[in-house]
Design a protein around this ligand. Structure first.
Ligand code: SDX
Length: 421
């Protein structure tokens, strides 16, 4: 028997069906609300509103659960490669050896970016933020790959996905090389996806480069942990831009811009800047905790809090452990890791944070690992984007295959009523 919800309004009693997901989550299906009542819902920030049904990622904010296509992220981060997780998210299953080899070969075949993209890159000032460079170059890719726009067949869509998976890490590495004034590296298709990226990021022309295994292991883990997170701000952006049938590259370029914000993916850069500021200020974490709690002070404890997780962000736990491992393996003593741990300990015992269920999120410790790898702070959100790429692609593909209608929310108008000049 289908469960229903009843709304009483204006003397009417209207029923709406309840939708239940595979994990028991329930939603009121209000698709007929306006037609039946003339009413709309109002929910700034969509805190109570589902935009779609999706089979890609499940997260439970109360229990701190995160699974990609049913697999727990801790198991994936330990046992498989980032490219296998990308295949899982996009196509729904972990790849067979044959499928993985085909994807790798197809990516290798496309691991070149048109030389004219360098001309666009050259026009940016060295001071340009790499997220702005990445969003622009991703959009520019369309001009050099026009076939990637109209993806009306599975084959066209697969080709566009491979193009982007192949060229995006090159653009990410070029964004870093640009701000550091270093020569650009080309892909090395003899390496794994993650090793190739590390080499493009760090190889110096005057010497050979072999990535340290601990760096590759940590990078693989970080990329997997960032790969998808259901309907977050940037993924919702990718879905709504794609719902107008803008191409994949244009939709991802919009997602990069959304991720850039300090309340979202830009938080990993803001966390390190905050920890540096606390260190420069003498390391008085209590002073900054007080600022974070002061409503008259715009300061927020960056890397803390989450719209969905009202328990520990499961990614933060793994990243914190990885930070300890990598810094230990590399023999790095980073004082800001100690400051981060001190802040976390104080916050977890402070009623302001406990009452509001504010815990460390994915961005709180990730920057400490990127720093240990020699990645500049302004590049941290580019690293987030590289990890999130397969999730964005998977969500965009699901939206297009599901033939979802163009996204077009309504509003409540509060401006002037009719007036005459
Ligand atoms: C990501 O959505 C996702 O899935 C995103 C993400 C992903 O993988 O895609 O997980 C990645 O974006 C992680 C979040 C990174 N952002 C930050 O670390 C920035 C700092 N955190 C916040 O600004 C905030 O917690 C948000 C933006 C993450 C969530 O904001 P909400 O859900 O809109 O909550 P809110 O701003 O309404 O805060 C509720 C209360 C408020 O206090 P009261 O008005 O109730 O007194 O908590 C307070 C806030 O002032 N609060 C904080 C705080 N975060 C919330 N106070 C101090 N420091 C903070 N960090």
């Amino acid at each position: 028997m289908e469960e229903k919800v009843q709304l009483s309004y204006n003397g009417q009693h209207i029923e709406f069906p309840l939708v239940e997901g595979s994990q028991g989550e329930k939603a009121i299906d209000i698709q007929s609300l306006r037609a039946q009542t003339g009413l709309i819902t109002l929910d700034p920030g969509y805190k109570n509103t589902g935009s779609c049904s999706s089979a890609i990622t499940f997260l439970d904010g109360e229990k701190g659960i995160l699974r990609y296509r049913g697999y727990d992220i801790a198991a994936l981060a330990e046992k498989v490669s980032f490219l296998e997780v990308a295949f899982l998210l996009i196509f729904g299953e972990l790849p067979t050896e044959e499928q993985l080899t085909k994807l790798q070969d197809d990516i290798h075949h496309e691991s070149l970016v048109d030389e004219d993209i360098k001309t666009i890159l050259k026009s940016f000032p060295k001071s340009a933020h790499p997220m702005g460079v990445l969003s622009s170059l991703t959009s520019a890719l369309i001009s050099f790959n026009p076939s990637s726009v109209d993806v009306d067949s599975d084959e066209d869509m697969y080709k566009a996905i491979v193009l982007l998976m192949a060229k995006f890490p090159i653009l990410c590495s070029w964004a870093q090389r640009k701000i550091k004034g270093l020569p650009l590296n080309y892909a090395d298709t003899s390496l794994s996806y993650t090793e190739n990226f590390a080499k493009m990021m760090f190889r110096m022309p005057q010497q050979e480069y072999t990535a340290k295994p601990e760096i590759i292991r940590a990078l693989n883990k970080l990329l997997i942990l960032h790969a998808d997170h259901e309907q977050n701000c940037s993924t919702s952006t990718v879905r709504i831009v794609g719902s107008s049938h803008a191409g994949l590259f244009a939709s991802i370029s919009a997602g990069i811009s959304a991720l850039w914000g300090p309340l979202h993916g830009g938080a990993n850069q803001a966390v390190i800047e905050m920890l540096e500021a606390i260190k420069e200020d003498g390391g008085d974490t209590e002073k900054f905790m007080a600022k974070a709690k002061d409503k008259n002070d715009p300061f927020r404890l960056m890397g803390f809090g989450h719209r969905v997780y009202k328990n520990f962000d499961p990614r933060a736990k793994i990243i914190k452990q990885t930070a300890d491992e990598v810094l230990g393996q590399l023999g790095i003593e980073d004082p800001i890791l100690d400051i981060a741990k001190k802040l976390e300990k104080q916050a977890l015992n402070d009623p302001y944070f406990v009452d509001r269920k504010l815990y460390p999120n994915v961005d709180f410790y990730s920057g400490i690992i990127y720093r240990a790898m020699g990645i500049p702070t302004e590049m941290f959100t580019v690293m987030f984007a590289l990890g999130r790429l397969p999730g964005w692609i998977a969500q965009w593909r699901e939206m297009r295959l599901g033939k979802e209608p163009i996204g077009r929310p309504r509003q409540i108008y509060t401006g002037h009523t009719e007036r005459f000049i």
